[in-house]
Design a protein around this ligand. Structure first.
Ligand SMILES: O=P(O)(O)OC[C@@]1(O)O[C@H](CO)[C@@H](O)[C@@H]1O
Length: 313
């Protein structure tokens, strides 16, 4: 079983418009509403693969009730909170460009943060294969929440995959103890404090995180594939071209692909890229069905030259 924890889940509304013209009336095509938040998406993708998963998430208010019903049977532990779960919006244009409007979410009281940690610990005691800790932190959650979760998981011998950004990412990276970090290019650049232009830039930034006691870094590069780096090697993977519909949630599907694979790093990367690419071709945060990703169509290059420019991959 793969356990996910999403401290700040959402109900995701996706509004498809031909083009985002500010100040105009935009006619919406095919609105969709899905259960969201990064860890929730990872669990949804794992379920689509037929893998056992449990999602732990705080829920509150009418949106919380809607979120719970949108999980439609996904195994989960809902930690009740007094505040109201957030709604996030995506404006998806005809060419696949997406604009996200994410609210900060409800404020968690200290007792609710403790309740979330206790719910995760109860699931850790069941011996999951991984703990996935993902997304932004709600107001009231301590900035070291992910560092604490990694430590807790470590005490149960459970590997941790972390996907967050900004200060929560920097705090957890500095504390060490994550088995896998899954930033995108911008998030890793912000962590390193510099723009990442080349493969060498990414590898240096990833190795800095590894040197602080984390094991591997999977960096998603949007249309340029993904790079996987650990202390022993570097691999770059690129999928076949897709017609993009919505990139939202593609990183979550990539992470689910990575975690669901057994075997050597290049095999895990192949599955990650295939699941991410398949998600990009789907509307909103729809997760691919098991037959849609094509790992066999992913090209993996071990030790890509440091001089390769990311925008030209
Ligand atoms: O505000 P956060 O927590 O950083 O991101 C939340 C979110 O944008 O991430 C998911 C896609 O990865 C969506 O389901 C959700 O709306």
């Amino acid at each position: 079983m793969i356990l996910t924890c999403t401290p700040n889940p959402s109900v995701d509304h996706t509004l498809e418009v031909p083009e985002l013209l500010l100040g105009d009336i935009l006619r919406i095509r095919s609105p969709t509403t899905e259960a969201g938040g990064k860890g929730v998406n990872v669990s949804r993708a794992l379920r689509a693969m037929g893998r056992a998963t449990t999602a732990v998430l705080p829920v509150g208010g009418a949106t919380g009730a809607e979120l719970t019903s949108l999980l439609s049977g996904l195994q989960h532990v809902a930690v009740p909170i007094a505040g109201t779960t957030r709604k996030n919006f995506t404006l998806a244009e005809g060419d696949g460009t997406t604009t996200k409007l994410n609210s900060s979410g409800p404020e968690l009281a200290p007792g609710e943060v403790d309740g979330l940690l206790a719910a995760v610990e109860a699931e850790l005691a069941r011996g999951p294969e991984w703990l996935v800790a993902s997304g932004s932190l709600p107001v009231g959650a301590p900035v070291d929440l992910y560092a604490r979760l990694a430590k807790l998981a470590g005490s149960y011998g459970v590997p941790v995959a972390l996907d967050t950004s900004g200060e929560p990412l920097a705090t957890a990276v500095a504390a060490g103890g994550s088995t896998l970090l899954k930033p995108n290019r911008e998030e890793l650049g912000a962590l390193a404090g510099r723009a990442l232009e080349s493969v060498g830039d990414v590898v240096r930034a990833a190795r800095e995180a590894v040197a602080r006691g984390n094991h591997a870094v999977l960096v998603t590069l949007g249309p340029h594939g993904a790079l996987l780096a650990d202390a022993d090697g570097i691999w770059w993977g690129q999928g076949p071209p897709v017609v993009p519909r919505s990139t939202v949630g593609a990183g979550d599907c990539a992470l689910a692909g990575y975690l669901s694979a057994d075997g050597p790093p290049d095999h895990r990367l192949r599955r990650a890229v295939a699941w991410g690419a398949a998600a990009v071709a789907l509307p909103g945060t729809t997760v691919p069905g098991p037959g849609e990703p094509r790992p066999d169509a992913v090209r993996v290059v071990p030790d890509p030259p440091a001089s390769w420019l990311l925008d030209e991959l």
